[in-house]
Ligand binder design. Structure first.
Ligand SMILES: Cc1cc2nc3c(=O)[nH]c(=O)nc-3n(C[C@H](O)[C@H](O)[C@H](O)COP(=O)(O)OP(=O)(O)OC[C@H]3O[C@@H](n4cnc5c(N)ncnc54)[C@H](O)[C@@H]3O)c2cc1C
Length: 457
């Protein structure tokens, strides 16, 4: 292959590794291939490396998690098995030591989440920048790779909008298809598919959900609820049987996996209402399961606003409140039970006159309130699009990648790392650790591949 522009392709460029994408995985891969002695060219289409890292964790970068490997892998669902070898070779302690060498100290927060002590994602990107500089990686920004060139079943280089580069090995580290402004626009899927790789269905994961009852959600927009239980059910909201609401969490990373039957997932924690539906941590965690279930039929959710109390306990509490403050109006009583912004919507939903005194509230009315507090129902219309998700579920099929080296099983000299592969995990630092670990393995394996090539010649 000949260079199409003035880009120098010196003799021996087949001995070069090209890493496509300077994100979390790509920077790690480039550094490790160079550390192994390979000449490395890192091509990045945006104007700088680590754009998504910079926005990760609300710009604080939740870079990994303190959980043990046995608890870490299930966060990726069944595909987590693929990562076992990569994590065994390069895991949290290695990453923290690496960052420490560049002066980045870290801290552990709630849920084992690990952040830079400075709370600055930019410090993590700075460490990677220094690392690639140290090992002599050539970084070119503003270069978008449009094709991976293959000759005789083996990688020969890349084509870009600014010319062609020859290489003996290519690491595809283009990320997913979320937050396109950070550069991840799904190019990697097209590049891999053009070489015959299977790309499994792409879906948004860790994404807010859109409800059909938009007006109701909008009326409560901005209300953040802690310690509520969110349960996703198959079928429309009218059909939800509140008695099926689990008392324990169900879903990826919990003790209880998803199962057949009406309950899809259930999580207790924090959520919020938005102008289109629901968001917040527990919504994001169950979003992929909901997106998948929506492909098979209607999905609804129920919010248990008082999960610490059983129906009987809540009934007794309401009765007590209504008796004790019998002269107060219903609006006032509701204000003691719910955040301010939910009072008006609940007045409307219960149909109980706002000024009706507590002692005049009939048993049937109390039961109506009780059922709304234990099971506030919404029909799910869908999720926000892939571009608004935190990660892309789906990607290059893991069946076609060697988990020991991240090498393509179809094209010699091609390696993968990070989100471009069919891997996604819950929030908590797992996705970035996967990108770093697979980047480590892919970078080293790409260099080793070159040395094997050289030995053969
Ligand atoms: C808002 C947000 C917050 C997040 N927070 C966290 C968090 O706190 N913790 C966590 O674990 N995960 C988090 N994630 C997920 C995590 O950031 C990603 O999973 C991770 O960055 C994936 O790493 P990667 O190297 O595969 O891809 P990326 O980091 O996306 O890097 C891919 C790079 O490839 C470049 N590229 C793409 N196509 C081409 C091309 N054709 N030619 C050249 N270059 C190209 C892109 O410009 C980009 O720089 C967050 C994601 C988002 C969107």
């Amino acid at each position: 292959m000949k260079p199409a522009d003035a880009t120098p392709n010196r003799e021996g460029d087949l001995g070069r590794v090209i890493v496509v994408g300077a994100g979390a995985g790509g920077m790690m891969a480039a550094g490790r291939a160079a550390e192994e002695g390979a000449r490395v060219l890192l091509l990045e289409k945006t104007d700088g490396p680590g754009k998504k890292l910079l926005v990760s964790g609300k710009s604080r970068c939740n870079l990994t998690n303190a959980r043990d490997l046995v608890d870490f892998l299930p966060m990726f669902g069944p595909n987590g098995r693929f990562l076992h070898g990569a994590f065994r070779r390069y895991f949290r302690e290695d990453l923290l030591a690496f960052l420490g060498r560049y002066g980045v100290q870290t801290k552990v927060e709630r849920g084992g989440r690990i952040f830079p002590a400075s709370d600055e994602a930019a410090d993590v990107v700075g460490a990677f920048r220094r690392d690639i500089e140290k090992w002599g990686v050539e970084l070119r920004t503003g270069v978008r790779v449009t094709e991976i060139a293959v000759q005789g079943g083996r990688v020969a280089g890349v084509r870009t909008e600014r010319g062609e580069w020859v290489a003996g090995a290519v690491v595809l580290a283009t990320g997913g298809a979320t937050w396109p402004a950070t550069g991840s626009t799904g190019d990697g899927y097209r590049l891999a598919a053009a070489l015959g790789h299977t790309v499994t269905k792409l879906r948004p994961a860790l994404v807010p959900l859109v409800v059909r009852e938009v007006e109701l959600a909008k009326a409560m927009q901005g209300v953040s609820l802690r310690n509520v239980r969110l349960t996703a059910f198959r079928g429309p909201a009218e059909g939800i049987d509140p008695a099926l609401t689990p008392v324990k969490d169900i879903g990826r990373g919990t003790d209880v996996r998803r199962r057949r039957g009406p309950v899809i997932e259930s999580r207790m924690g924090e959520m919020l209402f938005t102008h289109f539906g629901i968001g917040g941590p527990i919504t994001l965690l169950m979003s992929l399961a909901v997106v998948e279930a929506l492909e098979e039929g209607p999905v609804s959710i129920s919010i248990d606003l008082k999960p610490a109390l059983t129906v009987e306990e809540l009934r007794a509490r309401l009765q007590r409140d209504f008796d004790e403050f019998g002269k107060r109006g219903f609006r006032h009583l509701l204000a003691g039970l719910l955040p301010h912004k939910m009072v008006e919507p609940f007045l409307e939903l219960t149909g109980i006159p706002p000024e009706r005194p507590g002692h005049q509230i009939a048993a049937a009315e109390r039961e109506r309130l009780l059922s709304l507090l234990k099971c506030l129902r919404f029909n799910i219309r869908g999720a926000l699009p892939l571009s608004s998700a935190i990660v892309t579920a789906g990607g290059v099929s893991l069946d076609e990648i060697d988990p020991r080296t991240m090498a393509s099983r179809l094209v010699e000299g091609l390696f993968f790392c990070g989100e471009v592969m069919d891997l996604d995990a819950d929030t908590g630092g797992y996705n970035l650790q996967a990108a770093f670990s697979t980047g480590f393995v892919a970078g080293r394996a790409a260099a080793a591949f070159l040395w094997d090539l050289a030995d053969q010649q």
